[in-house]
Design a protein around this ligand. Structure first.
Ligand SMILES: Cc1cc2nc3c(=O)[nH]c(=O)nc-3n(C[C@H](O)[C@H](O)[C@H](O)COP(=O)(O)OP(=O)(O)OC[C@H]3O[C@@H](n4cnc5c(N)ncnc54)[C@H](O)[C@@H]3O)c2cc1C
Length: 443
């Protein structure tokens, strides 16, 4: 730190250990020495989730561990706390968290960075909370993997064609990244395992993707949306646009025009809402997202910042609100750290500026659509390879399952066997699909 005025140690607290929070924490640690700043990251998981790979976890293309990086590995020199933040008092610079013993504790900060993303809002649609599966975390992806396996097994032994169709119909609600990725992956899985289930007729299996707007993937450019739609339909996914889901029951999904799609499995990816503590914060919001100044400080505050999906950040590159994507969240994290450093050194901050490198969305298995340098691509990509082009080092997935240890259905991840040089893809993961599903059920 160049300024002599800030010799007292600063306490910088980041709420969230995802794309934005990890990028911010790493950059801050490289800018401030330990004597200059204590950097604390709160995260409900002790690993960072690489969400773009969750669909592959659900489809057994990769093991769950491959979509997660232990925070203590990603954040050397940063205090990682796996406790839930329940309140932030911006006026008194205090954060309240729930300890492992269930006690409410407080921590004072000099600077706070809010990077907690949003929550799932299943209450928005009747029946959703009881009958739909969420799809945000590694545990959700593992649960969906088990559900796919179970429906295949049930269909395989059913004598009724109607029942078989019901078991083998999967409905995904929401045409954003997660809905598209999960629908594409399930569709791919169903095709890939056909040969192992001789009693199931291929036409009995179907995947329906329901979206309330007129195009899929609002996060990407219009031409890539159209491209994705065509590719997915060509792969056999039924796409229903301009329809809201009215009701979810054990029977399936009813959409606004009254049509009932019978489906044994419904995956809800659409509804998000601000987390309760963000809701309570005395800060300006727009549709639940925290409003920020161009340098990512919370509007009206000097020492509070908001980045990633929970924040409304303008991108000076195109003067548009930054889309809620991993790529942008990561870049916001880095620039937020640089701005925070500038503030503590009495230097000017810079507005958030990032020229997106391209867009990538998996539409099933190793198939993806991508737009890079003006080219639209689709085909048999390895997602991890493509991710290397779009994400910086910290946010890249570490695909080799052996480099993770102890991650199972949402339990913490031990960094013990993590070795960076171990990064490489698994050999032909799809071939292991059957085995993996069996493994899971036996656990
Ligand atoms: C299934 C899926 C697929 C996706 N695919 C793509 C894709 O292909 N490309 C792309 O660019 N984007 C994709 N996205 C979007 C991308 O993952 C998000 O934009 C990105 O993760 C946002 O980063 P973030 O840091 O804001 O939040 P996250 O990465 O979600 O991290 C939020 C962090 O906050 C922590 N947290 C939350 N609440 C609390 C609390 N109360 N106390 C303590 N910690 C808390 C969580 O534990 C977590 O560590 C996908 C998202 C999903 C769900």
């Amino acid at each position: 730190m160049r300024s002599q005025e800030f010799m007292a140690q600063q306490s910088i607290v980041i709420v969230g250990g995802g794309f934005a929070g990890v990028a911010c924490g790493r950059r801050l640690r490289s800018l401030f020495s330990p004597s200059q700043a204590r950097i604390v990251v709160f995260s409900e998981e002790n690993y960072m989730v690489f969400q773009p790979l969750l669909a592959e976890v659900a489809g057994s293309s990769i093991l769950p561990e491959a979509a997660a990086t232990p925070l203590r590995v990603a954040l050397p020199g940063v205090e990682c706390r796996r406790e839930k933040v329940v309140d932030i008092d911006l006026a008194s610079n205090e954060l309240v968290f729930e300890s492992f013993e269930g006690l409410k504790k407080t921590l004072r900060y000099n600077q706070v960075v809010i990077a907690c993303s949003s929550g799932i809002n299943f209450a928005a649609v009747p029946g959703m909370a009881d009958h739909a599966l969420p799809f945000r975390t590694v545990a959700d992806a593992v649960a969906l993997r088990a559900q796919i396996s179970q429906q295949l097994e049930r269909a395989a032994v059913s004598d009724s064609p109607d029942q078989r169709c019901f078991f083998l119909t999967f409905a995904a609600i929401g045409g954003g990244f997660s809905g598209v990725e999960v629908a594409g992956e399930i569709n791919d899985v169903l095709k890939a395992v056909e040969k192992f289930y001789p009693t199931i007729h291929p036409e009995e299996a179907s995947v329906i993707l329901i979206h309330s707007r007129d195009q899929l993937l609002p996060e990407v450019s219009p031409s890539l949306r159209d491209f994705t739609h065509r590719k997915m339909e060509a792969n056999g996914v039924k796409i229903v646009l301009n329809q809201r889901v009215k009701l979810v029951t054990a029977e399936g999904v009813t959409i606004s025009d009254g049509t009932l799609f019978k489906a044994a499995t419904v995956v809800g990816t659409a509804s998000t809402a601000a987390l309760p503590f963000v809701e309570r914060m005395k800060a300006s919001k727009d549709k639940g997202r925290l409003k920020t100044d161009p340098d990512m400080r919370l509007t009206g505050y000097k020492n509070a910042w908001a980045i990633g999906d929970c924040a409304l950040v303008m991108n000076a590159f195109d003067d548009q609100p930054a889309q809620p994507t991993g790529q942008l969240a990561e870049r916001q994290g880095k620039q937020c750290a640089a701005n925070l450093y500038a503030v503590l050194n009495n230097q000017p901050t810079k507005p958030f500026y990032f020229k997106p490198l391209g867009m990538l969305c998996a539409i099933g298995g190793h198939n993806a659509v991508a737009e890079m340098m003006g080219f639209k691509l689709s085909g048999f990509f390895h997602l991890v390879d493509l991710a290397h082009c779009l994400f910086d080092e910290i946010a890249q997935p570490l695909p080799k399952s052996e480099s993770r240890h102890g991650l199972d259905l949402g339990t913490p991840l031990l960094p013990r066997h993590h070795r960076r040089q171990d990064r490489h893809r698994q050999p032909h993961p799809r071939r292991l699909f059957h085995l993996r599903l069996l493994d899971l059920q036996e656990r």
